[in-house]
Design a protein around this ligand. Structure first.
Ligand code: 5GP
Ligand code: MG
Length: 194
């Protein structure tokens, strides 16, 4: 079911829906075609940055399967110090990959490219395992917020400087389960024990 009721309780916390489930699916389908074309015939490792990329990552892997691309799967857990909507800029590796990367083509996947600190940290970290190459893939891109110079090789959507939730992206660990992307209403935030 793509359409869900407009009266779902979470909607009262949102200013607007930025991308519907259908828009996400369509765009993901296009991006998977591009990635499948570029990785065909190569030994591929796809690395997701948790937790934010989990839904995007999983949908992407299922689409690649349809295109007969079967990567090794791994994850890293990174955290950045700071509150829920801002970060201090320091990135910490909480869980590393275990897959050997030597001789393989890596696709690094994250939910959103904001300042660029997380993705550039992760890309540099993975490049030290001597892969054939490391490309980056993000669901959302906020180029206006960039502090570190980095461009994603693949991205689904470019967005303005808005704080968004859904499709893996959270506010205080809430709303990651939504199959769509919404802009949170800062004037009406949910109680944290929701
Ligand atoms: P960067 O290191 O590029 O500044 O930030 C990347 C991380 O910041 C993302 O993985 C994500 O966790 C968080 N982030 C940046 N912008 C947003 C946003 O609009 N919404 C949410 N939920 N998280 C964001
Ligand atoms: Mg995050």
């Amino acid at each position: 079911m793509l359409r869900r009721s407009a009266s779902l309780p979470e909607k009262k916390y949102f200013k607007r829906i930025l991308f519907t489930e259908l828009e996400v699916k369509r765009r993901m389908g296009e991006m998977a075609v591009e990635i499948a074309r570029d990785y065909r015939g190569k030994e591929m490792v796809i690395v997701g940055i948790l937790k934010g990329s989990f839904m995007f990552f999983s949908d992407l892997v299922k689409l690649l399967y349809i295109h007969d691309i079967h990567p090794y799967i791994d994850f890293m857990i990174l955290s950045s110090y700071g509150s829920s909507t801002t970060s201090s800029g320091k990135v910490k590796l909480d869980r590393d990959i275990t897959t050997p990367l030597e001789g393989k083509w890596v696709l690094l996947v994250d939910d959103i490219l904001d300042t660029g600190r997380t993705l550039s940290f992760a890309k540099f970290h993975l490049s030290r395992f001597n892969p054939m190459g490391v490309k980056t893939c993000v669901f959302l891109d906020k180029p206006s917020r960039r502090v570190v110079k980095i461009k994603a090789d693949y991205r689904c959507f470019e967005i303005e400087d808005l704080f968004v939730v859904g499709y893996g992206l959270d506010w205080n660990n809430l709303f990651r389960d939504l199959p769509y992307v919404a802009v949170i209403d800062e004037k009406n935030l949910p109680p944290t024990n929701l």
